[in-house]
Every structure is written in structure tokens, then in C-alpha cells.
Write a protein that binds this ligand. Structure first.
Ligand code: HEM
Length: 398
């Protein structure tokens, strides 16, 4: 029996995770470009660029009360010591969203993230030193996965040698935990337990120029910000900054492994890097977010009810032929590229300068050291998807 994806899509179907675009194209070009499914707690999924952007901008109707693509209905999160800890600003709605975002922006300004460039370059070189003699590596697990978690740990002032532990927790929230709430809650508790000890430590031993210390000392309207806010920001930094960037780096390397002409162009025309980075972000946008409908409404003829979930498929928007010419092709010098890999509207990614820096440095160092490489076996590449899509195992030889 063939499934009609406009009324029964499955974001966790293995073939959708491996390559969602045939199904997304089918939905987008059907008479029903805002699809619906009852699977995984039910959701709506707009697939056209204009619709995704419109929903992102209507934040009073489409709230950020819950942003995971699956989960318990709003208000039914279990109680516990961390019940009040969310993930601001991504999980906040106006008016709080405004100050939740404003306080963290200085840490992500271009000049603030520039100081991570040399350290990221050194880290990438060290990782490549570890496998270059072998002539083969897993570009996702041995390289891409190792980079952002260490950069974020440095930014948060926590030990980078816990990287594997952090990666396990992040995957617990964004990957394995999406289809198993017990796994997700355990991972969330581990993250919050860890950052609680870090916050307590900063109260006893404040550090200079440290994100956690600075936030603990911040005031809004003459009052110190609540600890739940600082705790939630730490939670978000780890969850938003790791899997996302790693997936972009991994998908870009997977692409370059199969496109010798793009490797050559980047070597011979370094001026292409800025547009190439945007194009790789567009074509392999990793992140899908959710919104919760605040009150009954109708969107593009679809009756949406309060409490229902809407999936913001930024990958789908980025492949809409109404917005991008030849959307499925990677065109390194694409001129018009208002992609939404980083979202749109008030929640647009606060870490985009850091993400771009990491993606550029990771790809540049790889191509400097390993100019020619190819997939060992395209069929053996594995992908994760749902909330954050990217390769998880990608064997290459060189
Ligand atoms: C290629 C890598 C990345 C991608 C594709 C990405 C994507 C996104 C997207 C789509 C959103 C919008 C969420 C929404 O509309 O609900 C977002 C928000 C956010 N991202 Fe990123 N992100 C990346 C890397 C990072 C990094 C490295 C950080 C820093 C730790 C970061 C921090 C944030 C924050 C704080 C927000 C919330 C902004 C707000 O709600 O005002 N992201 N990101």
C-alpha cells in the first residue's frame, strides 16, 4: 500500500531520514503543501518557503512553548527539580524572549567568535593528525562530531575532555530521545545536573569573561536574572550548538567527497568560500524546529487547533523552487541565497557567526590536508534525522 505523505508523513521513516527530499517535493507540489500526520504525537508540516517564513514570523500564534519535533503535550512535562528550566531564548516567547536573547548576543558577535578561529583550526589539524596516515577515516564520527562540542565547551569554560559525554547527552535529547521519552528525560537531567554544579562553582569562584559568571551577574530591570535562566542558557548552548554544526560539517564533507569539481573550485578560487558556505548550509540545512499553536486558527486552508504541533522544516523551505533556482543543485557561487538554515524571525539562530566560522574552518583545514578523498561506499553512509539531519557514519578514503 502506498502512503500519501500529505496526510501520513513519517519523519522517522529510515528512507525519509536518508533522503527526505523526494517526499518533501511530493508534498510541496501537491494540492496540499501543508501536510499533516497522526504519527509521533501528530503534527503539521508546511513545505513551501513562504509558508515556513510566515509561520516563523507569526510568533503570537505559533509559539515556541515546545520546540522538539516530538514530545508530550504542552504542560505535561514531568515535575522535578528542573521543571522550571527550559532552553531560553529558543523556548521563550515575547515579551521574555527579548531579554532572554539580548543577554547572550554579545557572546556571538563576529569579533567575539573570531577569537575561537585559531583554536578551532588547531583542533581540526590535531584530529586529522590522528587518522591521516591511515588513508581512511570516518569524516562524520572522527572529525565533524569532534569539533563543535569542544568549541562550545571552551566557550562555556568547562573541560573539553568531557566531549564524548556531552555528545552522548546531546544525542539523547535530539536523536535517540525523540522516539523514547525516557531516554530524552535522562539525557536532559544529566545535562542539567552537570550545569547546576558549574553554576554553583561560579557562584563560589567567579571567573572573568566567563559566559556563566557574566550571566549570573546580569540584571534586568534592576534585578539579578533568575538562576533558571542561566541554567537554561547553558542547556541550550550545548543542545543547540553541537549536533547542528556537526551535522552541517558532516553533510558538507559528504557532498565534497562526491564532487571533485567543487573541491577543485574551492582550491583554485578561495574567494568562493563565503558563498560556498551559505550554499552548503542551504542545501543541507540540518535543523527542523517545532511550534505549538496558541489558539485555533486556519493556515493555508488547514484548520489548526490550540496545542497542535507544527514542524518548521527549514530543509524543505530551502529546496523550494519558488525561491531558489535549481534548488537541488549545489551552486557554490549562487547569487541569490536568502536561505533559512538558521531559521527566520525573532528566533533566528543567535550562534550563526560561530556556526559559520566552525563550518568554514573545518572544511578549509580538511581540504588543505586532504585535498582528494571519496566515499568508501555510498550505501554504507548512515544518517540521523527528525530534529537535526546529518551523516552519523561516513567512511572516506584518501
Ligand atoms: C550549522 C549550525 C547551526 C544551525 C543550522 C542552527 C540552526 C538554528 C535554527 C534553525 C534556529 C531557529 C530556531 C527556531 O526558529 O525555533 C536556531 C536558533 C538558535 N541557535 Fe542555532 N544553529 C546552528 C548552530 C548554533 C550554534 C553553534 C549555536 C551556539 C551555541 C547556536 C545557538 C542558537 C541559539 C541560542 C538559538 C536561539 C535563538 C532565539 O531563540 O532567539 N546555534 N539555530
Amino acid at each position: 500500500m502506498t502512503i500519501d505523505p500529505t496526510v501520513d508523513y513519517d519523519i522517522f521513516d529510515p528512507s525519509f531520514i536518508r533522503d527526505p527530499f523526494p517526499v518533501i517535493d511530493q508534498i510541496r507540489e501537491s494540492g496540499c503543501p501543508v501536510a499533516h500526520t497522526d504519527r509521533w504525537g501528530a503534527s503539521w508540516m508546511p513545505t513551501r518557503y513562504a509558508d515556513v517564513v510566515a509561520i516563523a514570523q507569526e510568533h503570537d500564534v505559533f509559539t515556541s512553548r515546545q520546540i522538539l519535533v516530538t514530545g508530550p503535550p504542552p504542560g505535561q512535562e514531568p515535575e522535578g527539580p528542573y521543571a522550571a528550566v527550559a532552553a531560553p531564548p529558543i523556548s521563550s516567547d515575547p515579551p521574555e524572549h527579548h531579554w532572554h536573547r539580548r543577554l547572550i548576543l554579545p557572546f556571538f558577535a563576529p569579533q567575539a567568535v573570531a577569537k575561537f578561529e585559531q583554536g578551532t583550526r588547531d583542533l581540526c589539524n590535531r584530529l586529522i593528525d590522528g587518522f591521516i596516515e591511515r588513508g581512511t577515516a570516518d569524516s562524520a564520527a572522527d572529525y565533524a562530531q569532534q569539533i563543535p562540542v569542544r568549541v562550545i565547551a571552551t566557550m562555556l569554560g568547562v573541560p573539553t575532555d568531557l566531549s564524548d559525554t556531552f555528545t552522548g547527552w546531546v544525542r539523547g535529547v535530539l536523536e535517540t530521545g525523540l522516539t523514547d521519552q525516557a531516554v530524552r528525560l535522562k539525557a536532559r537531567t544529566n545535562i542539567l545536573d552537570y550545569f547546576k554544579t558549574q553554576i554553583d562553582d561560579r557562584r563560589r569562584n567567579p571567573r572573568e569573561d566567563d559566559l556563566i559568571t557574566t550571566l549570573l551577574n546580569s540584571e534586568v530591570d534592576g534585578e539579578k536574572v533568575p538562576e533558571e535562566y542561566v541554567h537554561g542558557v547553558c542547556n541550550l548552548m550545548l543542545v543547540a550548538g553541537v549536533d547542528t554544526t556537526w551535522s552541517s560539517i558532516g553533510a558538507s564533507l559528504w557532498h565534497l567527497a562526491q564532487h571533485p569539481e567543487h573541491r577543485r573550485e574551492l582550491r583554485e578560487q578561495p574567494e568562493l568560500w563565503p558563498s560556498a558556505i551559505e550554499e552548503l548550509l542551504r542545501a543541507y540545512a540540518p535543523v527542523t524546529m517545532a511550534r505549538i499553536v496558541a489558539h485555533d486558527t486556519e493556515f493555508q486552508g488547514c484548520p489548526m487547533h490550540a496545542g497542535e504541533r507544527v514542524l518548521m522544516s527549514f530543509p524543505a523551505a530551502n529546496r523550494d523552487p519558488r525561491q531558489f533556482e535549481r534548488p537541488d543543485e549545489v551552486i557554490l557561487d549562487r547569487e541569490h541565497n536568502r536561505h533559512v538554515a538558521f531559521g527566520a524571525g525573532i528566533h533566528r539562530c543567535a550562534g550563526s557567526n560561530l556556526a559559520r566560522l566552525e563550518l568554514r574552518v573545518a572544511l578549509q583545514v580538511w581540504l588543505e590536508r586532504i585535498p582528494e578523498f571519496e566515499l568508501v561506499d555510498p550505501a554504507s553512509v548512515t544518517w540521523a534525522g527528525g530534529q537535526v539531519r546529518g551523516p552519523r557514519q561516513c567512511l572516506v578514503k584518501f
